[in-house]
Design a protein around this ligand. Structure first.
Ligand code: IPM
Ligand code: MN
Length: 367
């Protein structure tokens, strides 16, 4: 009997529903082959949640997410909801589900596929074979620190305030995840902060350094985040795993994504702690946004969403081989020069979102 799993699917806004439709097709295919036995529960999130429920994510949805084996999220946001208060915007739904499910470790791999090496703006020699993993702290730092807000000052000016806060336990738990992932990779970990300017960065460096004593097999280094931004362009292959805070991780992971030339290709996993029963909250989403400008045109690249599902197969459903199979199906499709618009190249075949999904399923059907 194939083990039963439940997944919460929150397609979200813009191209989110379109790319998640392709993941749905892949799950249906795997279920039909008895390779998986996955039930999907569907809920709106982001703008779609605001339109249906008046809030970007409901407590009910978050409860379902906590009980499910994992959450698969499309993307959130769009101009329609841009004027709403921060607390009720589509993005607030994403931040709330991350926070309430305590998804403190965000894994963002940046891998250069050989077939796509020409799509990068960086010289092929600099990025060939690139395979780095950014571990971004996701539930702390300036994203959530209090006090925050915009307040009028007596002199008639207004003041915008956000607070960067990290406690030792917040630093240690995400750093542990990064050390453990480095152990399964090339055993190099680079921790990034601004300890030359920020107390929170000084604490970050001290705690990571201390923890490093428990991982003598890992070559630990420290870098200021601005230098890391520069080194990512200069010589990205010096990195294996990078661990950093919420805001630096947001920025550095976009930069790393663009090294690969194709934001439409990059998956991510957001993980919580494993509880005593072995359950771990987890959410998987493409790194790209909701791209409202191309929503509904069939131009969206579903591969980041599909690769996010592959990460779910590996980390949450305990199907590492199926994850490998799905990833190599994607690689095969790229080798066949099948491309969505964002990764289109000379002498390649331009396909729509759903044709790309079909091409992946065709490869999967061969195994
Ligand atoms: C990301 C996004 C989000 C973030 C936004 C949509 C809130 O940019 O996941 O990287 O800043 O974390
Ligand atoms: Mn971002």
């Amino acid at each position: 009997m194939t083990q039963h799993h439940t997944i919460l699917m929150t397609p979200g806004d813009g191209i989110g529903p379109e790319v998640m439709e392709e993941v749905r097709k892949i799950i249906a295919h795997l279920n039909q082959k008895n390779a998986t036995n996955i039930d999907l529960i569907d809920r709106p999130i982001g703008g779609a949640g605001i339109d249906r429920d008046g809030v970007p994510v409901t407590p009910e949805t978050i409860e379902i997410g906590k009980k499910a084996d994992c959450v698969l999220l499309g993307a959130v946001g769009g101009a329609k909801w841009a004027d709403i208060d921060y607390a009720l915007r589509p993005e607030a739904g994403l931040l709330k589900i991350r926070k309430d499910m305590e998804l403190f470790a965000n894994l963002r791999p940046a891998i250069v596929f050989d077939a796509l090496i020409e799509s990068s703006t960086i010289k092929p020699d600099v990025i060939r074979g690139l395979d780095i993993l950014i571990v971004r702290e996701l539930t702390g730092g300036v994203y959530f620190g209090e006090p925050r807000g915009i307040t009028p000052l007596p002199n008639g000016e207004r003041q915008g305030l956000n607070t960067q806060i990290y406690t030792t336990s917040e630093i240690v738990r995400v750093a542990k995840v990064a050390f453990e992932l480095a152990q399964k990779r090339n055993k190099r970990l680079c921790s990034c902060e601004k300890s030359n300017v920020m107390e929170s960065g000084k604490l970050w460096r001290e705690e990571v350094e201390k923890l490093g004593a428990d991982y003598p097999d890992i070559a630990l280094s420290h870098m200021y985040a601005d230098n890391c931004a520069m080194q990512l362009l200069r010589n990205p292959r010096q990195f294996d795993v990078i661990v950093t805070d919420n805001l630096f991780g947001d920025i550095l992971s976009d930069e790393a994504a663009m090294l690969t030339g194709s934001l439409g290709m990059l998956p991510s996993a957001s993980l919580g702690a494993r509880d005593a029963s072995g359950h771990q909250n987890a959410l998987y989403e493409p790194v790209h946004g909701s791209a409202p400008d191309i929503a509904g045109t069939g131009k969206a690249n579903p591969l980041a969403a599909i690769l996010s599902f592959a990460m779910a197969l590996r980390f949450s459903l305990d199907y590492p081989q199926l994850a490998d199979t799905l990833e190599s199906a994607v690689r095969q499709v790229l080798n066949q020069k099948i491309r969505t618009a964002d990764i289109m190249d000379r002498e390649c075949e331009l396909v729509s979102t759903s044709q790309m999904g079909d091409a992946v399923i065709k490869e999967l059907a061969k195994v």
